[in-house]
Design a protein around this ligand. Structure first.
Ligand code: ADP
Ligand code: MG
Length: 272
């Protein structure tokens, strides 16, 4: 950059190009506090998630990971704090979501749980199509076309006509992922999606998640799969006792944890 004489007089002026404002996070949790019957389980937790970011949440049982994730789609209403999507509050009065706000929020934020919660009396295809018809008002034909696309993506097109009970646990979880994706969410939440599965079946679910991450889906993943967190997340957040203890790139959190609490946790889980 050429040196200008004009601005030289003022030592405070920074002559380099102005720093662009940081991009608005796609999702932000601001000071989320949660109590159950007077017992605090989240202590003013704040998290910002950028577009396309994959954030893994790790930590001991009871740390508040699931509760935090559930606050993101208001399955739990925070006792205080705010949830912002694209910089705007998702809920006008954070402690009192309206029905419309909940519907809008859950269209944007898909969730996959440990249990699959598929309808046993419906075919795999109908399990993925029905929510689209109910929530998005898609026609049956439209919904089933989209369902087939997604079943193909998770490698289960050949199970479309089967009942979920004829599918393995890993297949059922992949159907649950397809069902969530069918509503075209912009953020996906995963709460220990493989913890009910044998390692081999868990692996096929993790592969689908990794594929989703690679195509740029914004994901918040609570997981006990340390190798997955390390390999796939852009950021790993370690939580204990209702708070974030530390966070950073996975190579830092796993390779050089700063806090004793993190070190103790990682030693315990990685030794297993
Ligand atoms: P994690 O997912 O990290 O294991 P949770 O978010 O499930 O932790 O739980 C954090 C704490 O909140 C735990 O002490 C748990 O017992 C408590 N908790 C979670 N959900 C409820 C609830 N619905 N009612 C009362 N206590 C709850
Ligand atoms: Mg949990």
């Amino acid at each position: 950059m050429p040196v200008t004489t004009e601005k030289k007089a003022d030592p405070v002026v920074n002559n380099s190009a102005p720093t662009p404002a940081p991009p608005t996070p796609q999702l932000e949790l601001r000071d989320i506090h949660k109590e159950f019957n007077g017992v605090t389980v989240l202590k003013d937790v704040s998290v910002q998630v950028a577009h396309g970011e994959v954030v893994a949440f790790i930590g001991p049982s009871g740390a508040g990971k699931s509760t935090l994730l559930r606050c993101v789609n208001y399955l739990e209403v925070p006792s205080s704090g705010e949830l912002l999507l694209e910089g705007k509050p998702a809920v006008a009065v954070a402690s009192k979501p309206t029905r419309q706000e909940l519907i809008a929020l859950r269209r944007q934020v898909g969730m996959v749980f440990q249990g699959f919660n598929l309808f046993p009396h419906l075919s795999v295809l109908r399990n993925v199509a029905l929510p689209q018809e109910r929530v998005l008002g898609r026609s049956k034909a439209e919904a089933e076309t989209r369902a087939m696309e997604l079943l193909e993506r998770v490698g289960l097109a050949n199970k479309a006509d089967a009942r979920p009970t004829r599918c393995s646990g890993g297949q059922q979880q992949r159907i649950a992922i397809a069902r969530a994706l069918a509503l075209d969410p912009s953020v996906m939440l995963f709460d220990e999606p493989t913890s009910a599965l044998d390692p081999e079946l868990g692996g096929e679910v993790l592969a689908v998640m990794q594929e989703l991450a690679s195509i740029g889906m914004t994901m918040l993943v609570v997981t006990h799969e340390m190798s997955f967190a390390r390999r796939v997340s852009n950021r790993t957040v370690f939580m204990a006792d209702g708070a974030i203890v530390e966070q950073g790139p996975p190579e830092q959190v796993f390779g050089a944890p700063q806090h004793q609490r993190t070190q103790r946790f990682l030693e315990a889980v990685l030794e297993r």
